[in-house]
Ligand binder design. Structure first.
Ligand code: IMP
Ligand code: MG
Length: 178
């Protein structure tokens, strides 16, 4: 496939699977008997969430929220709600599931919005966090990998809606032009 040649493998599917299993163990331990509701951030988190969910060993529920902020490999800086959750999270233990945190704009927007509904507790799990980018005044409770500040694709993550189907994480080669 032509498009694969433009990409360099960054995290193999085996590495991803191992880390996701560890994250699921940590979350299962922390949320034992609390019946959390996981809120996946669409579209990017859907594959991570599907794998994470199937490794959890606790009773839990699931819903989604959809936002957008990216155009190509650049954040527009403006986060927009595309589709809201369909459950009431008041007094619930909420775990927000994000694919990757870069500037932190998306996660700040979502955190503020979800906290306004009055959950009993709130935490964030992100498969990736780019080093040094986000200046956040709250913790990211569970992080899969801290990554370099390059644009990555695959495993649900896209560039202009492409590459989500790849089962590992790739960086785009430097001479890559859309
Ligand atoms: P932030 O708002 O700058 O933190 O960016 C977060 C959102 O942008 C994530 O939910 C991703 O959907 C997207 N994003 C940020 N960096 C990347 C990347 O390297 N690859 C794919 N999507 C990314
Ligand atoms: Mg996303």
């Amino acid at each position: 496939m032509d498009q694969i040649k433009k990409l360099t493998l960054y995290y193999s599917k085996e590495k991803l699977a191992l880390r996701i299993t560890e994250l699921a163990k940590e979350i299962s331990r922390s949320y034992n008997s609390r019946e959390p509701i996981l809120i996946g951030v669409l579209n990017g988190s859907f594959i991570f969430l599907a794998d994470l969910l199937r490794k959890l060993r606790i009773s839990c529920e699931l819903d989604f929220i959809k936002v957008s902020s990216y155009s190509g490999a650049q954040s527009t800086g403006k986060v927009e709600l595309v589709e809201d959750m369909s459950v009431d999270i008041k007094n619930r233990h909420v775990i927000l599931v994000e694919d990757i945190i870069d500037s932190g704009n998306t996660i700040q927007f979502l955190r503020k919005r979800l906290l306004s509904y009055g959950p009993k507790s709130f935490s964030i799990v992100a498969l990736f966090k780019k080093k040094n980018n986000a200046k956040l005044d709250f913790p990211i409770d569970f992080i899969g990998f801290e990554v370099k500040e390059e644009f990555v694709v695959g495993f649900g993550l896209d560039l202009d809606q492409k590459y989500r189907h790849l089962d590992a994480i790739y960086t785009l080669n430097q001479n890559f032009k859309k």
